[in-house]
Design a protein around this ligand. Structure first.
Ligand code: PMP
Length: 394
């Protein structure tokens, strides 16, 4: 067995696609301690800097004393605590939806929702750049599975018109995780309503960051429950904890409780995490300075990259990727930044399409302008590495 496994591993390494984990000590902060060395990190999804916020941490420890550490059982057995229940009510209110349902993580929420809502006689339509968990949910369901080109809503509409499926489910990221651009929720909602399709938006990267109150793409576009009937958020990013939620109508939530296998057959999220998340939800709403700081940092970074003529991809979110193309080259730049004391992840296939490797720079409210100056100086030194090898030889 090991021989066959090793051959596949060697092949992955040869094509510069081998993935390695990085072990760090201490909390999520702009500087991560890696092997005793502080590295300035631009790769965390802790966009608002809440993962190590003292108020969130103290809510977690207090709740651990009250509830213990683990959920103890699945929600439907005896794992549904008052902490879960209150968080669900607060999330429903925050998002202006009838009800909310917690899942243990976003991957399971997406798989569970898609498979609970669709059957063999149905069809699912997904943006080509959707997150792996949405794609996997689509593959696992027995429905007909279509993928439309990124943000191409004309083609989506044509395919919806041609479809004779019983239920039609359109699924899109709100903010695309590796590109940082956003779905046009108004357009998607209009197309779905015109063709009797249900719209599901996974706003894992938008909640907390976008909209005046951090309500994500749904708030940004003023989309109600009617416009986006199935809305997903994750708690491991801007909320700084872990887990996920689905918000929508009472009928949607009851359907998920009855039929979503990834909800039914798994241990509930730690109740202490639920209590900590209640505090981060309140900070998301009350501490608007975190979003203001993010917006200022995004503008500063974009200006800096433009001045250096760096291949910044179009995004106005904290995800600011720099296009490289070749995987080997992306790794080379990431390694060179590491030598300069900075962590920026090289994102390669299959996470992104072939030939579209990139450096995924993510910003958090805890960064400051001096951190960005350090990154921009380093990128300026490495600027020639962003040119495709063919062009460099010319
Ligand atoms: N959806 C999107 C768009 C994501 O980027 C991610 C995680 N990177 C998930 C879902 C999965 O969320 P979780 O980490 O909570 O499993």
């Amino acid at each position: 067995m090991d021989f066959a496994l090793q051959a596949a591993l060697d092949e992955r390494a040869l094509s510069h696609l081998y993935r390695k984990r990085l072990t760090h000590a201490g909390p999520q902060k702009p500087f991560l301690q890696v092997g005793g060395e502080p590295l300035l990190a631009f790769c965390s999804n802790d966009y608002l800097g809440l993962a190590a916020d003292p108020q969130v941490v103290s809510a977690l420890t207090k709740a651990a004393h009250e509830y213990g550490c683990g959920g103890g059982a699945s929600h439907l057995v005896c794992g549904h605590s008052q902490a879960h229940h209150q968080l669900e009510e607060e999330l429903a209110e925050f998002t202006g939806r009838e009800r909310a349902l917690l899942f243990s993580n976003g991957y399971m929420a997406n798989m569970g929702v898609i498979t609970a809502l669709t059957h063999a006689s149905d069809a699912i339509f997904q943006d080509k750049l959707n997150h792996a968990s949405l794609i996997d949910g689509g593959l696992l369901s027995r429905a007909k599975f279509n993928r439309y080109p990124h943000l191409n809503y004309d083609l989506l509409e044509k395919r919806l018109m041609q479809s004779e499926a019983n239920r039609k489910l359109v699924v899109s990221d709100g903010v695309f995780s590796m590109d940082g651009d956003t779905a046009d929720i108004n357009c998607l909602s209009h197309v779905c309503q015109s063709h009797n399709a249900w719209l599901m938006i996974d706003d894992a990267h938008g909640f907390g960051c976008l909209g005046e109150n951090g309500g994500g793409v749904s708030e940004l576009y003023g989309a109600s429950q009617e416009n986006v009937p199935i809305l997903i958020g994750t708690l491991g990013k801007a909320f700084g904890t872990s887990g996920a939620f689905v918000v929508g109508s009472n009928a949607l939530i009851e359907t998920l409780i009855q039929f979503a296998r990834t909800y039914i057959y798994t241990t509930s999220l730690s109740p202490a995490i639920a209590e900590a998340t209640r505090v981060s939800l309140s900070l998301i709403q009350t501490e608007g300075w975190r979003r203001q700081q993010l917006r200022a940092l995004i503008a500063y970074f974009k200006n800096g990259c433009q001045a250096l003529n760096l291949p910044l991809m179009p995004s106005s979110t904290p995800i600011q990727p720099l296009h490289v193309g070749c995987s080997q080259q992306a790794l080379k730049i990431s390694d060179a930044l590491r030598k300069k004391g900075m962590l920026v992840t090289a994102i390669r296939p299959p996470t992104v399409p072939d030939g579209q490797s990139r450096l995924r720079v993510t910003l958090t409210a805890l960064h400051d302008f001096t951190h960005l100056d350090q990154l921009l100086d380093a990128l300026s030194d490495l600027g020639s590495l962003f040119v495709e090898p063919m062009e460099r030889e010319l």
